[in-house]
Design a protein around this ligand. Structure first.
Ligand SMILES: [Zn+2]
Length: 284
């Protein structure tokens, strides 16, 4: 009895040892496979990065030289645009819908960075064009199959790194939060040097229009006013009433100055105060 028990005990011990050995071997194999996979991932990562570095290195050097060259022309204030992030909180949903981020950028430049707004727009355009040319010169390399990588990935990574190195990186965020925070609307746009150029051209255009409107208003002299009243027989051209009949006569632009109307006799007519106010700034 005892002998049999001993034999079966030692047999059980052998089985347990065998299981433990198997477990140890399995663990070793798992660890070895995991280590191999980790090494493969690391090598893959390094090889991908080398591929991207090979594409970007010469162009990054070009970009830095370009930035140095233009930093002189643009002035030290340009460094503030390198990673500028602006957040505009709007007072209503309507204002949010109608918000024009480019106009926001041009107002920001004029008000907060006057020395940058004073740089000729063409300088910004020239920088933007040269920076774009550097980014666009990035070739699309053939991706070796063992990198298990999409054919466009290295080119995409390289160009986004190059764009990051450009002088201007503005993130423009605008939002509206309804009372009690029930509805939130948020949008954003990234601006680069080309956008700065567009914003400055737009603000120059606005200034020119404003100047021309002021000019048109200044052309409305008392003597011209009198000529128009006389031409129209001192009579409202809509209702026909005269000053004698109690009408307060005014000389009005048919196409409003704000809409580009000129101060010339063809665009002027006599109206009574009532008809003029009914008409307001609408075009007839
Ligand atoms: Zn009238």
């Amino acid at each position: 009895m005892d002998q049999i028990d001993n034999a079966s005990l030692s047999q059980a011990g052998d089985v347990a040892r065998g299981l433990l050995d198997l477990l140890a071997t399995a663990t070793l194999i798992t660890l070895a496979v995991a280590a191999l996979v980790a090494v493969a991932i690391l090598l893959n990562h390094l090889a991908r990065r080398r591929l991207v570095d090979r594409l970007t290195a010469p162009r990054l050097a070009q970009m830095r030289a370009l930035n140095e060259r233009y930093r002189q022309a643009l002035g030290p204030e340009v460094d503030a645009l390198a990673h500028l992030r602006q957040h505009v909180a709007l007072p209503s949903k309507d204002a949010f819908d109608r918000y024009d981020p480019t106009a926001g950028l041009s107002a920001y430049l004029t008000d907060s960075a006057p020395s940058l707004a004073a740089v000729p727009a063409d300088t910004w355009r020239a920088y933007a064009a040269e920076a774009r040319a550097i980014v666009d010169s990035t070739p699309r390399p053939a991706v070796p199959w063992h990198l298990l990588w999409s054919a466009d990935a290295p080119h995409e990574q390289a160009t986004s790194q190059l764009r990051e190195a450009e002088l201007v990186h503005i993130t423009w965020v605008w939002s509206y939060v309804s009372p009690k925070g029930r509805n939130r609307y948020i949008a954003n746009r990234a601006f680069d040097a080309q956008d700065v150029y567009v914003a400055l051209v737009a603000s120059e255009e606005r200034a020119r229009h404003e100047a021309s409107r002021e000019h048109q208003r200044a052309l409305m002299t008392p003597s011209l006013r009198f000529d128009i009243l006389k031409r129209d027989g001192y009579r409202c051209q809509l209702c026909g009433r005269t000053a004698a009949e109690g009408a307060r006569l005014e000389v009005d632009h048919k196409v409003p100055v704000a809409a580009g109307g000129l101060t010339v006799p063809e665009n002027l007519w006599t109206l009574c105060h009532d008809c003029n106010n009914g008409k307001s700034a609408k075009e007839l």
